[in-house]
Design a protein around this ligand. Structure first.
Ligand SMILES: NC(=O)c1ccc[n+]([C@@H]2O[C@H](COP(=O)([O-])OP(=O)(O)OC[C@H]3O[C@@H](n4cnc5c(N)ncnc54)[C@H](O)[C@@H]3O)[C@@H](O)[C@H]2O)c1
Ligand SMILES: [Zn+2]
Length: 366
């Protein structure tokens, strides 16, 4: 079990990563909030509840009120939020109520947003059940939903009172989801943690075989990296930008494939390949570092093949909402364990990086 502290100007809380958390939640929550409030809501989705609901309920003296969000990005909407807020009101939710988001990143983002706006804000906890949610989305306080016009366009910063990341809950996660989530850990290592890069290189079989100790190590290191960055820059004014390594091209790939072909982590994996290529070309990483890091990405693959044109992907990066003032901001690794942001990446240079990535993505097919 490892405890990682998040301390920002607006919130201080612990992220606990380890085994055996889901079935011992109630006493752990009481240690954080004092007595459990009269109404405890759980937001989850039916498949997760079918697998883990029984364990979840075990430690609660009174059954929590369960709210369901249908799985899938297309339900991460204001319409779902409206329905769920009304269900909370009908069930007598008040300002003292507590909400627990129990699921992947979608449940976490919607749950956090409900907690941010119900009666102008109630307390909540994150109990993430996907690898991605454990290492990334449950930490940092970003909550929200999608609009038809784009992903995550509506939301709020609202930090949980605590995060309980139960490694045991990953036991039922499909392989593809695990591999995709691991790309965020590869990213964490590349931008901030050489030791994590080495550990992931040396323990591929244990990590992919879901050995609890190896997973705990990777998850805790990834959370520690994110917490350290968020502690310094809660609102993404500067340093937090580096968390976007691989995400400029990654988001473009997701968009160009209508969010259907690739999981987020897979798109980020390919996006990191493009970023590594640019970094090597600009000399912020050496040829051997490039090979080592590209290899690491593929060790945790396979990344799906891509049949796209480079120009289309480059065009799609233009609509990345993280581009400030039309400048293409781009995160590049600096050696192994550091990264920086550059603002002068020209479309032709980016296109060459994307061509390199696509050539690799084609090879995968044959
Ligand atoms: N708030 C943030 O800072 C932040 C950061 C990164 C991503 N996100 C958001 O996170 C979302 C993606 O999250 P995700 O990758 O967890 O996807 P997800 O929430 O869709 O979960 C993936 C799938 O796994 C299933 N699942 C969840 N836990 C399971 C378990 N233990 N066993 C079996 N199946 C399980 C889910 O039902 C779902 O089908 C996106 O909406 C993204 O925008 C937010
Ligand atoms: Zn990401």
């Amino acid at each position: 079990m490892q405890t990682i502290r998040v301390e920002t100007p607006s919130a201080k809380y612990d992220v606990i990563a380890g085994s055996g958390l889901v079935d011992t939640l109630a006493p752990r929550i009481e240690r954080v909030v004092g007595r459990l409030p009269q109404r405890v809501f759980v937001l989850t989705s039916a498949p997760i509840w079918a697998l883990w609901g029984h364990s979840f309920q075990q430690s609660f003296p009174d059954a929590p009120i369960v709210l369901f969000l249908e799985p899938g990005e297309k339900h991460k909407t204001l319409a779902s939020v409206d329905r769920l807020l009304r269900e909370m009101a009908k069930a007598g939710g008040d300002r003292g109520s507590l909400l627990i988001a129990f699921g992947g990143g979608i449940v976490g983002d919607v749950g956090g947003f409900l907690a941010a706006i119900y009666m102008r804000g109630i307390s909540y906890l994150q109990v993430p059940t996907t690898f991605l949610a454990q290492v990334d989305s449950s930490v940092g306080g970003k909550t929200g939903v999608n609009l038809a016009e784009g992903k995550n366009l509506v939301g709020s910063f609202h930090h949980p009172l605590a995060v309980f990341a139960d490694i045991g809950a990953l036991g039922t996660l499909p392989d593809r989801e695990l591999h995709a989530g691991l790309m965020e850990s590869v990213k964490a290592g590349i931008i901030r943690d050489r030791a994590l890069v080495r550990f992931m290189e040396e323990h591929v079989d244990e990590v992919l075989g879901r050995d609890a100790k190896a997973l705990e190590k990777v998850i805790a290191a990834s959370i520690r990296m994110k917490a350290a960055v968020v502690n310094k820059d809660e609102r993404e004014n500067g340093l937090r930008m580096i968390l976007n390594l691989g995400h400029t091209v990654g988001h473009a790939l997701e968009q160009a494939t209508q969010y259907k072909l690739l999981l987020h982590g897979e798109a980020v994996g390919w996006g990191m390949v493009a970023a590594l290529w640019l970094a090597r070309k600009r000399g912020t990483i050496s040829g051997s570092q490039f090979e080592r890091l590209e290899n690491l990405i593929h060790l945790y693959g396979p990344l799906p093949p891509l049949k796209l044109r480079a120009a289309k992907i480059v065009a799609a990066t233009g609509s990345d909402k993280k581009n400030v003032g039309g400048v293409k901001r781009f995160v590049l690794p600096v050696g192994i364990g550091d990264a920086g942001v550059v603002e002068d990446v020209m479309p032709a240079e980016l296109e060459a990086a994307v061509e390199y990535m696509l050539a690799g993505a084609k090879e995968k097919q044959s």
